[in-house]
Design a protein around this ligand. Structure first.
Ligand SMILES: NC(=O)c1ccc[n+]([C@@H]2O[C@H](COP(=O)([O-])OP(=O)(O)OC[C@H]3O[C@@H](n4cnc5c(N)ncnc54)[C@H](OP(=O)(O)O)[C@@H]3O)[C@@H](O)[C@H]2O)c1
Length: 364
């Protein structure tokens, strides 16, 4: 039974944890015609709390014992995290890894379904989630997990390939960014780390929380970069499509941006620059970015490179996860609505502006 009754057609959403992911999800919630942002929870009155207030987002204290810090900093609180949870139809928990699992008892106490992020383990939740793969499985769940940026990127690519050609075996090397641009304490600064040094990395098993029977091995390397991850992908398919057929399939999916040769984009820095120049908020790339020139077939072996903007790729998935949990909207409708409101379009109409008839976040 949906928590969103006939009395209220708007889904009331609370965001607990207003950092890299939480602030982007809050902005995206505000753009949806069927959602109302109840507020965001912060542990302390820093610059992110200041910008939340500038945007008109009601601010809640995530740690009641620290509520006085907000008053001392002259920041008005709307309440404490428990109030946010009880006032919301669904909570998006975007707290640091491990904190989300600790918060689950609070969500259960208030019978408020919650969406955790990829830093949590799959056993903390009822289902792991990627919209185009398993939207319908979320119905009735209390706790959902939007999988990590890398797992989301791999799942989005594998789903149409497996559905159309069959995937015999996927092998992926993940070249991982050392930290997000605002993470001053991450690295490496001057090294290339096998990470993890053991093979396979955890990403393959994480993909199998979405596709339980898929054969996939992943290895990871961490490099001194902050902008995006890069995946070197090799997938053995059951059949051997042409490169043109493959590209046509991938280009039909708006959440896969097949980067055309004509744009002369050489790497992740220019991808991000393209997004910024195009007016994307924060230079966000919500799509997998696949270099069209890299798509190659050798027999039934597919090779390609794709880049994943770790700060942004899970944002549309969180929006769809909200609807999957507490609305009756079918997957295709939710995905289309999310794409439309964010400004995610297929290749020929690649647009980077969000809808103009909606309030824009203040710093866009
Ligand atoms: N960044 C990525 O690349 C990425 C990509 C995909 C998924 N994820 C996952 O998304 C989740 C969040 O990651 P993130 O990168 O957004 O982290 P983040 O930038 O560190 O943001 C999390 C925020 O939560 C706040 N916080 C800390 N303790 C809290 C508590 N007890 N209650 C409420 N808020 C608390 C912190 O802000 P204050 O203490 O200032 O309030 C912090 O800024 C993790 O599971 C992560 O693995 C991250």
């Amino acid at each position: 039974m949906s928590r969103v009754t006939a009395f209220t057609s708007m889904i009331r959403v609370g965001v607990n944890g207003y950092g890299t992911i939480g602030k982007r999800v809050a902005d995206a919630v505000r753009l949806q015609p069927d959602m109302q942002l109840i507020g965001v929870a912060k542990t302390r009155p820093n610059y992110e709390a200041e910008t939340a207030l500038q945007k008109g987002y009601p601010l809640y204290s995530a740690i009641p014992e620290q509520s006085h810090l907000f008053a001392e900093a002259g920041m008005e609180l709307h309440g404490e995290v428990e109030d946010l949870v009880s006032e919301s139809d669904v909570i998006v928990d975007a707290t640091p890894s491990g904190v989300g699992a600790d918060n689950c008892s609070l969500y259960k106490e208030h019978e408020t379904p919650a969406i955790l992020q990829g830093g949590e383990t799959s056993d903390a939740v009822d289902e792991s989630f990627v919209a185009q793969a398993n939207y319908d499985d979320a119905a009735g769940a209390e706790l959902l997990r939007v999988v990590s940026c890398n797992t989301t990127g791999l799942s989005r690519l594998l789903e149409p390939l497996d559905r159309t050609y069959g995937v015999d075996k996927a092998r992926v090397t993940l070249i991982r960014r050392g930290g997000d641009p605002n993470e001053t304490n991450r690295g490496p600064i001057n090294d290339i780390l096998p990470d993890p040094v053991t093979v396979p990395s955890h990403h393959g098993p994480d993909v199998r929380t979405i596709f339980p029977t898929l054969a996939i091995d992943t290895v990871g390397v961490t490099v001194p970069a902050t902008l995006m991850h890069l995946h070197s992908v090799n997938i053995t398919l059951d059949t051997a499509p042409t490169v043109d057929e493959l590209c046509e399939l991938l280009e039909r999916n708006p959440r896969l941006f097949v980067v055309p040769e004509k744009l002369d984009i050489e790497g992740t820095a220019q991808l991000k620059e393209f997004a910024k120049d195009s007016g994307r908020p924060r230079g966000d790339l919500w799509e997998n970015c696949l270099w069209k020139e890299s798509v190659a077939m050798e027999g039934t072996d597919l090779y390609l490179f794709q880049s994943i903007h770790q700060e942004a790729i899970v944002v549309p998935e969180n929006i769809d996860a909200i609807r999957a949990l507490v609305s009756q909207k079918p997957a295709a409708e939710s995905i289309a609505l999310t794409n439309d409101r964010l400004g995610i379009h297929s290749r020929d109409s690649y647009s980077t502006s969000q809808r103009s008839d909606t309030a824009q976040p203040a710093d866009d």
